[in-house]
Ligand binder design. Structure first.
Ligand code: 3PG
Length: 213
């Protein structure tokens, strides 16, 4: 078996999950996140502008690790890689999607919601998986429960993470990263309020750093 590629290096443990509706938002958004101490982004394929946004963010901000999210169909793997995504995430996984990310040589974080899915991902060579939707899957209690039988696996809970529960998730030993949309609310992006994105990013980074200290 060819092992999946490792994720590219980035420092932030918080992955902003973003729906970009206009590729022109990509460059100022990238700058705003970097200014706030966040050096990674998940641009979801939930809008026709997504591929152009990935391309614009990757071109504008080499210091931002641009990932593609909501990658659910095999044919999307090569497309997001060609657009400049350095890794991809999915709410789930299928055999065809796992084959496609391998064929595209694209680092990948498969989505899971059950112990069996975690084991399927581990069998495929993945040590980091996205728990999605994290709140509905049981949140922190689910992560604690998974740590018993699957102690070698690391998680990126996404869905229901907020400033209020961020610290609890980040302190859970099997949580490597968290994902969430709270740093980039749709209305804030639409009005181009980049100062607010930077403020939210800075507050989240400070919380993460205070735990690491
Ligand atoms: C989503 O489904 O949009 C992501 O998982 C983010 O979830 P959140 O809005 O609860 O952070």
């Amino acid at each position: 078996m060819t092992l999946p590629l490792s994720l590219p290096a980035f420092r932030s443990r918080i992955v902003p999950v973003v729906v970009i509706t206009d590729p022109k938002q990509a460059a100022p958004l990238a700058d705003a996140l970097l200014e706030g101490g966040i050096d990674v982004i998940e641009i979801t394929l939930r809008h026709p502008a997504a591929l152009a946004a990935i391309e614009a963010a990757a071109r504008h901000a080499p210091g931002l690790c641009v990932g593609a999210g909501t990658v659910t169909r095999p044919e999307e793997a090569q497309r997001v890689k060609d657009a400049g995504a350095r890794f991809a995430l999915s709410p789930g996984m299928t055999p065809a999607l796992l084959d496609a990310v391998q064929a595209a040589q694209l680092p990948f974080v498969p989505g899971v919601m059950t112990p069996g899915e975690v084991m399927t991902a581990r069998d495929a060579g993945y040590g980091l998986v996205k728990l999605f939707p994290a709140a509905q899957a049981g949140g922190l209690n689910m992560l604690k429960a998974l740590a018993g039988p699957l102690p070698d696996m690391r998680f990126c809970p996404t869905g229901g993470v907020s400033p209020e529960n961020l610290s609890s998730f980040l302190q859970q030993p099997n949580v490597a990263l968290v994902g969430g949309s709270w740093l980039t609310p749709a209305d804030v992006l639409t009005r181009g309020d980049w100062a607010t994105v930077t403020r939210l990013a800075r507050e989240a980074s400070a919380q993460a750093q205070s735990l690491a200290a």
